[in-house]
Structures are given as structure tokens and as C-alpha cells.
Unconditional design. Structure first.
Length: 453
């Protein structure tokens, strides 16, 4: 039986967090398996797959950010004891997924034109175009999985989302094995095989998750959805989505312009490093998301004074995890980058990637604080200020700073990676000051006069 309020202890945090960590780790394995399993095809295939996955994610990042607010509404309504009201936000999240699928289809005719703006080689550009077209077929399904996982997470039920993501991971790895090099009688499709494996696994996993959601709520299937509620969710969700879009867009510019200008080996190395660091980020983000659930439930239960303790506990847990990963990056960079440094150009990728990994160790602690505090603000409904702060730091500091130092001062891959450290350090400071200012206490996410069902 679910309880409307869960006390903020380390055990409670970890109980909520471990399925989210497994879910995010599963998503990480999907990205890693795509890049690792095409790495033997050469640097061009590796660059096209890793960067293509990042570019596909760029189109999905804003609707994904919007669906994160589903957890905030669901957790606060659950804290109030309104389980039926929380379920409606699962449906609102699915409406966002439908809109996302439309966006993916509309973007198809512009893929080649968009890729021509960047300094890819013809081989990388051609492979990436095919990869993107296939991956976008599953865009709506990917957002639908996020929406449902956030709904169940808000209720303190993080295992259904975990089950869906683990299923997608297993299907993806199996599909890569069958389709990239051609096993079990299948054709060897290379990069496009990786794309089809990711697309089919996402669609199948979402279909199963949706059936679970539908069957569980059949007695309430005719509950009327409220347009005012949906618009209110978008009001708070859009700043979160725009925040993720522009911040991630800055990273895309960084990879496609700043790093790509250093050559294919540097681009492959940077994307390999980011794939490895997702093994640190995703579990930390899972811990932070669990903290945000406890924040929302505490606010919904009228216990705002418990929130700082929840945030402090979450920060400590994420610091332990990301600090440990940072230590590995510092001590064993050559070992960690070796699986990516195969095929043509692998030796150069290994040297550059190991250097980048050692520098990346410095941003782990900053990223831990940023993850925990920013998610707590989102759980409280404070989404507008973090959006402004992230966009300003990303596009007024990080992008011009990295571009100038790499292109005009010649700092190369060391300068590029150092700017990531500086950006995350500044961002962690800003969100911490915002939380300590206490403005989140005045945010009214869930209105008390909305109609009950």
C-alpha cells in the first residue's frame, strides 16, 4: 500500500532511487552499446553514431524536460492524498508524447540541410543522416516512457519505469548484435542497424508500459481530463523543457562546432568521454530525481520545513557517487577509453580521450551538487529562474568562452574540456544560492481549488 508521505531518510531515498538509477543506467547502456558496437567499423561510424544519438536527443530534450514536471505534480498531489488527480498527469504527459511524435515527423525533410551547417566529413554526414531518420521514428515512444515513469515516480513507485527501461536495454543490445554485423541470418547494416535496434526496442518497451498503465487504471479510464490542468502543467513544464533544450543545445554547438573543428578523432573522443560520463550522470540524476519526489511529497503534505533536510541528504549521496566515478576517470583514463579506441584512427582517439577523461574528473563534484539542487527546485515547481540561469551561463559564458579559446587561442581539446568544468562549477553555485534564498517556498504548483474527481 502506498503511503502519502515518506520520511526523508537515506534508506527511503535509496529505496526510491535504485530503480531510477537502474532505469537511467539502462538508458546509458543503450547509448554505450550503440557506440561500442559500431566502434570497430572505424572513427567515422563511431562519430556518426555517437553524435547522431546526441543530435536526436536534442529534438527530444524539450518535451522530455516538460514530462519531468509530471513527477512534480504527481508527487505533490499524492502527498495531498489525491491519487486520481495524480493519474491525470500521467495522461497529460502522454499528450506531450503525441505532440513530440508530430515534431519528429515534421523534422524529417530538414535533417540533411541541418547537418550541412556543420563541419562533418561527407562520410560522417551521410551515416548520421540515416541514423537520425531511423531514430526519430521512436521519438514519441521515448517521451511516452518518460511521462509514465515520471507519473509512477511521483507516487513513489519507481519500479514500473525501471522495468520498461531494462526491457528496452535488453532488446537494444540484442538488436545491435543481430543488425550491426549481421547475425542469425540478418543483413549487416552497420550504423543503420544500431539505429533500428534502438528504435524498435524503444517502441516495444513503450507499448508494454502503456498497456500496464491502461490496465491498472481501467476503473478510472473515463475520468475527465481538465484543459486548465494540462495548460497549468505546460506553464510549469515549458521552462523546464526550454531549460534542457537550450542547455543541451549549447553542448550540441560545443560538440558540432567547437570540438568538430578539431577533427574527427577529437569529435569521436569527446563523444566517447560523454558516453562514459553518462554512466556517472544518469545514476546521479536518478538519486536527484528520488530526492525531488520526496521534496514534492513533503510539500504536498504541508511539510516544507523538511525540504532542506531532503536536499542535504540528496547532495551527500550524489557527491559520494560522482566523486567515486571522478576518481576512476583520474586514475584509469586509458583503461576506460580503450573500448572506444578501436578501428581506424583508434590510437589518436585513445590519446585525446584519455586526456579529456582526466580533466572530466574535475566536474563530477560540481555536477553532483547541480543535479541534486536543481531537481529539488523542479520538485517544488521553481522552474523559471533555473531556466534563465542555465541559458545565460550556457550561451553567454560557456559557448563564447569555449569557442574563443579553442578557435583563437589554440587551447585544443584541453581548453574545450576545461570550459565544461567551469560551466558546471558556476551552475552549481547559482542553483545552490537560489535554493538557499527560499523562493521555492512561495511557489504554488498545485492549486487547491481545482475540480476533484
Amino acid at each position: 500500500m502506498d503511503t502519502p508521505h515518506q520520511p526523508a531518510t537515506l534508506r527511503t531515498l535509496l529505496t526510491l532511487a535504485w530503480p531510477i538509477v537502474v532505469s537511467r543506467a539502462s538508458q546509458t547502456v543503450i547509448g554505450l552499446s550503440d557506440t561500442l558496437m559500431v566502434a570497430h567499423l572505424g572513427a567515422a561510424a563511431l562519430a556518426a553514431t555517437a553524435t547522431g544519438g546526441m543530435n536526436a536527443f536534442t529534438l527530444l530534450i524539450m518535451p522530455m524536460g516538460i514530462t519531468f514536471i509530471v513527477s512534480s505534480f504527481a508527487s505533490q498531489l499524492f502527498g495531498k492524498g489525491d491519487v486520481a488527480g495524480a493519474r491525470r498527469y500521467g495522461w497529460y504527459g502522454l499528450l506531450v508524447a503525441v505532440g513530440t511524435m508530430g515534431l519528429c515527423l515534421v523534422s524529417w525533410p530538414f535533417i540533411d540541410e541541418a547537418l550541412s551547417l556543420f563541419s562533418y566529413t561527407d562520410e560522417v554526414r551521410g551515416l548520421m543522416s540515416l541514423y537520425l531518420r531511423i531514430r526519430l521514428i521512436s521519438g514519441g515512444a521515448a517521451i511516452g516512457m518518460e511521462a509514465l515513469a515520471n507519473y509512477y515516480g511521483g507516487l513513489g513507485r519507481t519500479r514500473p519505469g525501471m522495468a520498461a527501461n531494462v526491457a528496452a536495454m535488453v532488446l537494444n543490445v540484442l538488436g545491435n548484435w543481430v543488425l550491426i554485423d549481421g547475425h542469425l541470418g540478418a543483413p549487416a547494416l552497420g550504423v543503420t542497424g544500431a539505429a533500428w535496434a534502438s528504435t524498435l526496442s524503444t517502441v516495444i518497451a513503450f507499448a508494454g508500459f502503456f498497456v500496464y498503465f491502461w490496465r491498472e487504471g481501467r476503473p478510472e479510464a473515463r475520468a475527465k481530463l481538465e484543459r486548465t490542468e494540462f495548460l497549468r502543467m505546460l506553464r510549469f513544464g515549458f521552462p523546464s523543457g526550454i531549460n534542457w533544450l537550450f542547455e543541451f543545445g549549447a553542448f550540441v554547438f560545443f560538440a558540432n562546432v567547437v570540438v568538430a573543428g578539431l577533427g574527427t578523432a577529437a569529435l569521436a573522443a569527446m563523444n566517447s568521454v560523454m558516453s562514459l560520463n553518462s554512466a556517472s550522470f544518469m545514476p546521479a540524476f536518478g538519486l536527484a530525481s528520488a530526492g525531488a519526489i520526496l521534496v514534492g511529497q513533503s510539500i504536498g503534505a504541508g511539510r516544507k520545513d523538511e525540504v532542506p533536510g531532503v536536499v542535504g541528504l540528496t547532495v551527500k549521496a550524489t557527491l559520494v557517487w560522482q566523486g567515486s566515478v571522478g576518481l576512476l576517470c583520474l586514475l584509469l583514463p586509458a583503461v576506460l577509453i580503450a573500448p572506444f579506441a578501436t578501428g581506424e584512427g583508434g590510437a589518436e582517439v585513445a590519446v585525446i580521450g584519455a586526456r579529456m577523461l582526466m580533466i572530466s574528473a574535475a566536474w563530477q563534484l560540481f555536477d553532483a551538487v547541480n543535479n541534486a539542487v536543481a531537481e529539488a527546485l523542479r520538485g517544488a515547481g521553481d522552474t523559471f529562474f533555473p531556466m534563465v540561469a542555465r541559458i545565460a551561463l550556457a550561451w553567454l559564458v560557456f559557448v563564447p568562452g569555449s569557442y574563443f579559446t579553442v578557435r583563437y587561442l589554440g587551447w585544443g581539446d584541453v581548453g574545450a574540456t576545461s570550459w565544461l568544468v567551469a560551466y558546471l562549477g558556476l551552475l552549481s553555485l547559482v542553483v545552490t544560492l537560489r535554493f538557499r534564498a527560499g523562493s521555492w517556498r512561495n511557489v504554488e504548483l498545485v492549486q487547491g481549488d481545482l475540480p476533484a474527481h
